[in-house]
Design a protein around this ligand. Structure first.
Ligand SMILES: [Zn+2]
Length: 234
């Protein structure tokens, strides 16, 4: 079987989305990529999570062609592939319809950075895509969803904001690995919930000052990071 290690990571990430309450029934998917081999491992379409085994996952190439697997891949595969093609540092993608992040997506509102939890993970507001045109919906809908995401990141570094809201749909997250992508989905939902409550309590709330936002993001990420057990540091 191809990519056994990646298969088990992708399976585990899919199950993590269920355990954390981000997924109803089969509405969600996670994938991981082997950059060396140019192969993607993704959840099969419509298979209940409790029955998923590593062998059920589908391996495709970066054109979406199945290389190994008996099931059809998740119908969102073309969105995942578009992200892998454009965001060169990412190793995993997750998609869920988790309620609070989806509420912001449905409202067509970016999630503003209102606190340090957000700042720890996302170096700016979580953006929302433009609406797809009728033509983009009718022909190549899933790929065009990915195109819309990439357009929203034209002037944003996807490595510093590993999440997006697709307008009228839901969120996609990514990370260096699929495990990190799933973690980012969990954090995004928490941040979306807190932002919703904050705006409900104080509709005129100001975003976090840039200095505090930068402090929290940069102490965890980038060359000067010092939060946690940084390897090589005591
Ligand atoms: Zn969806």
């Amino acid at each position: 079987m191809l990519l056994e290690q990646l298969r088990s990571e992708v399976l585990e990430a899919n199950l993590e989305l269920v355990r954390r309450g981000l997924v109803l029934y089969t509405f969600g998917n996670a994938s991981g990529i082997s950059r060396e081999q140019g192969l993607v491992v993704i959840k099969p379409s419509g298979v209940p999570y409790e029955k998923l085994k590593p062998a059920d996952l589908v391996v495709t190439d970066l054109t979406g062609k199945t290389v190994e697997g008996n099931c059809r891949p998740s119908s969102d595969l073309p969105t995942h592939i578009e992200l892998y093609r454009n965001f060169s540092n990412i190793g995993g993608v997750t998609h869920t319809h988790s309620e609070f992040a989806t509420a912001w997506a449905q409202a067509g509102r970016p999630i503003p950075c209102l606190g340090t939890t957000h700042a720890d993970y996302f170096h700016g507001p979580v953006p929302v895509t433009a609406a797809l045109t009728t033509r983009e919906i009718e022909d190549g809908y899933e790929k065009n969803t990915g195109v819309a995401i990439c357009r929203a990141f034209k002037s944003i570094d996807p490595d510093t904001i590993p999440a997006v809201l697709v307008r009228g749909h839901a969120s996609f997250c990514w990370g260096i690995t699929v495990t990190e992508a799933a973690h980012n989905s969990v954090i995004l939902e928490s941040v979306a919930r807190m932002a919703y409550y904050t705006v409900a309590l104080a509709s005129d709330v100001e975003p976090l000052p840039a200095s505090l936002h930068d402090k929290h993001f940069l102490r965890k990420h980038g060359s000067k990071a010092y939060y946690g057990q940084v390897s090589g540091k005591k």
